[in-house]
Design a protein around this ligand. Structure first.
Ligand code: UD1
Length: 457
């Protein structure tokens, strides 16, 4: 089972041909945060008034979330990176299995639907390539708010038993600081009766972005970004305009790419405090980092090996673990990268080793012996961030690579290769005659440059 929808299968026959060995230069504009935009779209279901979202990244994940909202009857109007969302007429029906399985984040709709309409019916999102990804924290929290929840034939059926009444505020302590569960429960609690306190809440910037938008809509959420979030339920929420925060993971990926290729670039706009854990590790591993307002410049130098352990925010993000592992493959010395959030997020290692790195994985820890160089290969990224890691490895290597798995990459990076190309990388999106189900086949390339822009509506 994978996290992306099958209807993007044409992307499986595309690859990025990357001529390795070049350095990056110049500035790269960072798009809006995927993980913010996804939950903000779900949050827009909480009102029957219009929400205008700016800085929405054009990504296939966003396109899928829009499809889900449309399926519920929401009217969406797009204008470049601006989305107008009108949830006046929403019909409560079971979300189709294919749509939910196409995008795990679609499960976030359960909170707003339940609290605004008193019912929601959403198929279980299931696991994906990086782990089992249970939803017990979402379910337990919703139950604590008074929801009646039944899981029948893989469908989560949630409702408020007494017709016309609201959820009830409650004290909830999460067993783990789940980003998704924190978001689901905040959205559900906004329209609940009374006060909800969420303890051991996740503190990711995307949650703070959600709370900012909800407060603009009239919600009463205090202390987002802290471990204990307090929400005083209100009767109704109204429309607002909101700008999605910059994508810290996209920015981090480019900074790592620059460090890996001894390059000097700057990324903006960013909120530097969102990237602190990564910036510390980049400096520790030899790069020079300069923060100026909403821009970060990096000068890649000789790479030193450093150890990294992923952790919930403000710790080192699991979403940058694979790209950072690619950087450490050519560091001087030994490094240790520990993945603590997801149980199966080391899929990139085998591929990096095919490119000449020396990595051993044991119990979700990658032990890396730095090598002098990598060689180009034809490989398939198996999830969003592993595809990014392979592209960084391809930039490092002195020869040519073909990286497949763009159906994953395009979920989370807007025009990735265009941005790299603008920074001087020789990179082109190619389409091949077969798809990539056999990663070892020799591709027969149709010479055509393909645009990656997707219409989010
Ligand atoms: C979000 C991000 C994802 C990021 C992850 C961790 C979105 C759309 N995705 O995913 O990019 O990698 O946060 O920063 O925002 N868990 C449970 N029970 C639950 C929920 C989670 O045990 O009910 C566990 C998961 O299995 C995992 C850990 O908690 O091991 C973190 O998951 P969570 O924070 O929920 O990740 P997502 O919200 O799915």
């Amino acid at each position: 089972m994978v996290c992306e929808s099958n209807n993007k299968s044409y992307l499986k026959s595309q690859n990025l041909k990357i001529i390795g060995g070049s350095t990056l230069r110049g500035e790269v504009k960072i798009s809006g945060a995927k993980n913010s935009a996804l939950v903000l779209l779900a949050g827009s279901l909480l009102t029957d008034e219009k929400i205008i979202l700016d800085n929405v990244p054009l990504l296939t994940d966003i396109e899928k979330m829009c499809k889900i909202l449309k399926n519920l009857g929401v009217k969406l109007t797009t204008n470049d990176h601006q989305l107008t969302i009108d949830s006046t007429h929403v019909s409560i029906k079971e979300l189709p299995y294919e749509l939910v399985h196409g995008l795990r984040a679609s499960f976030f709709c359960i909170g707003p639907l339940l609290s605004r309409f008193g019912e929601a019916s959403i198929p279980l999102p299931g696991g994906c390539n990086i782990g089992k990804r249970p939803i017990n924290e979402h379910i337990n929290g919703l139950k604590a708010l008074g929801a009646d929840i039944l899981i029948e034939k893989e469908i989560v059926k949630a409702r408020i038993l007494k017709k016309g009444s609201r959820l009830n505020g409650s004290n909830i302590k999460l067993n783990c600081p789940s980003v998704g569960a924190t978001e689901t429960l905040i959205m559900a609690a906004c329209l609940a009766k009374g006060r909800t306190v969420i303890e051991n809440a996740a503190r990711e910037p995307e949650i703070q972005d959600l709370c900012q938008m909800l407060n603009k809509m009239g919600a009463k959420i205090y202390d987002s970004g802290k471990e204990k979030i307090i929400i005083d339920g209100v009767q109704k929420l109204h429309g607002c305009s909101h700008k999605v925060i910059p994508d810290r993971i996209e920015a981090g990926t480019f900074l790592i790419a620059a460090a890996a290729t001894s390059s000097s670039i700057s990324v903006s706009p960013v909120i530097p405090s969102h990237l602190e854990a990564l910036l510390n590790k980049l400096e520790e591993s030899g790069s020079k980092v300069l923060i100026k307002g909403n821009s970060i410049s990096i000068k890649g130098k000789k790479i030193k090996a450093v150890d990294v352990e992923t952790a919930p925010f403000p710790g080192f993000p699991t979403d940058l673990q694979a790209p950072f592992t690619a950087l450490m493959t050519v560091a001087k010395g030994r490094s240790k990268i520990s993945e603590t959030i997801f149980e199966n997020r080391m899929n990139h290692v085998e591929h990096l080793n095919q490119m000449g790195s020396s990595i051993l994985v044991k119990n979700n820890v990658a032990y890396i012996e730095g090598v002098n160089e990598l060689r180009g290969e034809t490989l398939v990224g198996s999830d969003l961030r592993s595809a990014a890691a392979l592209i960084i490895a391809a930039l490092i290597s002195k020869t040519t690579s073909h990286i497949y798995g763009l159906e994953h990459l395009d979920r989370g990076y807007e025009n990735f290769e265009v941005k790299l190309s603008n920074m001087g990388v020789e990179i082109i999106r190619e389409i091949t005659e077969k798809n990539n189900s056999d990663s070892n086949y020799k591709s027969s390339v149709i010479k055509e440059k393909i645009s990656t822009g997707v219409n989010a509506a």
